[in-house]
Design a protein. Structure first.
Length: 227
């Protein structure tokens, strides 16, 4: 939570350290919910630089001034996004123009030029995380974060397409942040194999949570996963 890029609060250690802290998912009556961009497009989050940002290094990001950059499959300036391939985790998604993207052996990372918006994409092995499936992961992570950071408010719920959304409010700001954060998790179970999934995390300034969840809708809609 302190740093979405490093995801310090995710993983087996979190669940073992906070056993019994799970929350119940929101009421089944809300199971038809879906993420909605509310009329916004990638143009609302983009800097129209024809994709130049994706070839720049960043000395602040782990790995030094030349970390491994993610592969750019294409630029759509008219729609304001680049299609990015995170080869190590076999995930492709659209990222606003003007952002940067990098990856390592376990995750893909994207962030806006001012670093206020940050996303991370992971593969998740639910057995390794000591949970039985995506639903158990969502509720347990929500409860675990709240137990370890009492100021954080978390809610987990199932979306109509079978994925799970966890929203963390009042998340602590990291170095360089001007305010607290809102962090969104979307957990996508692998069809036919409930023991595996993909986690998409987006962190934004608390004052921009409304815009952030609309960007999350755009990111999720654009995501292609090679299972």
């Amino acid at each position: 939570m302190e740093n979405e890029v490093k995801q310090k609060e995710s993983g087996r250690r979190l669940f073992l350290a906070t056993a019994g802290a799970a929350l119940c998912l929101a009421s089944p009556a809300r199971a038809s919910d879906k993420l909605d961009a509310g009329g916004l497009t990638f143009l609302d989050f983009a800097t129209l630089d024809n994709g130049a940002s994706f070839s720049r290094g960043d000395p602040i990001i782990a790995g030094g001034p030349s970390p491994p950059v993610a592969k750019v499959l294409g630029i759509d300036s008219a729609k304001g996004f680049a299609r990015i391939r995170f080869e190590q985790i076999r995930v492709t998604l659209a990222v606003p123009l003007g952002w940067q993207a990098t990856e390592d052996w376990e995750r893909g990372v994207g962030y806006s030029s001012d670093k206020r918006y940050r996303l991370v994409v992971w593969r998740v092995d639910f057995d390794y995380e000591s949970v039985k499936d995506a639903e158990h992961y969502a509720s347990t992570k929500a409860g675990a974060i709240q137990a370890r950071r009492p100021g954080v408010k978390a809610q987990a719920r199932k979306l109509g397409d079978g994925t799970f959304l966890v929203v963390f409010e009042n998340a602590p700001k990291a170095q360089g942040d001007a305010e607290q954060r809102v962090v969104f998790d979307v957990i996508i179970p692998q069809p036919g194999n409930p023991r595996l999934g993909v986690l998409l995390t987006l962190g934004v300034p608390a004052s921009e949570g409304g815009r952030g969840i609309k960007l999350l809708a755009l990111l999720k809609e654009s995501m292609k996963i090679d299972w």
